[in-house]
Write a protein that binds this ligand. Sequence first.
Ligand SMILES: [Zn+2]
Length: 239
Amino acid sequence: MLISLHDVSPLTLDDCRDAVAMLDEVGVTPAELSVFVIPYHEGRIAVDQHAPTLRFLRGLADRGATLVMHGLTHRMAGWAWTPRGFARGHIFARGQGELLRATAADTARCLEDGSQILRRAGLAQAARAFVPPAWLLSPAARQVVREAGFDFFETFAGIVKDDQLRARRVIGWGSLNAVEAFGTSVWARMQCARAPADTRLAVHPADMRRPGQRKAVRHAITRLLPRMHAQSYARYLCG
Ligand SMILES: [Zn+2]
């Protein structure tokens, strides 16, 4: 079981701290956790400019967490007007699919600016792998990410390492509203009941803001831990 904490940035720090504390309570240590860092969330504040976020991230890295670059701003520019693009970019990802419409040049800029911020923050290890916001990549962006020489990258379909797709199953929750929270909770429960297979379990800071959702995440992990072994992405992929 690959537990990841998405969307870590100065804008989500309190909820991220809460998520790490909750994971700690159920017995998941930082060494068994992967942490997806947004270098310049919403274009508002860069991680290297925010001492509390830096302390939090360095603390997790020192305790063995895998840190991964997660877009640059996380926000998608403009609108995707094709039916598939609209569904993926605005309904599934809610305008957070930063690279869904990106050109090759946009993508190269995103990766370069993101890596620079992470290096300035003393978090160079996070720039060795990439998870696009909402797991979405345009065909051009996918090509650039693929050729960027990352240790691995991840899409909705799985983690891509050496052109192989691993850990295809994913469990995650949506916390935008009560209907979505309930729907995704039911889905997560169904996924938890299946026979064990390499599974990604995505925790978002927003999950911590709804008591019912926080409970659902906690319940799923508690339920899976006796049957599955929690591992960070780096440990799982590189041994
Ligand atoms: Zn995200």
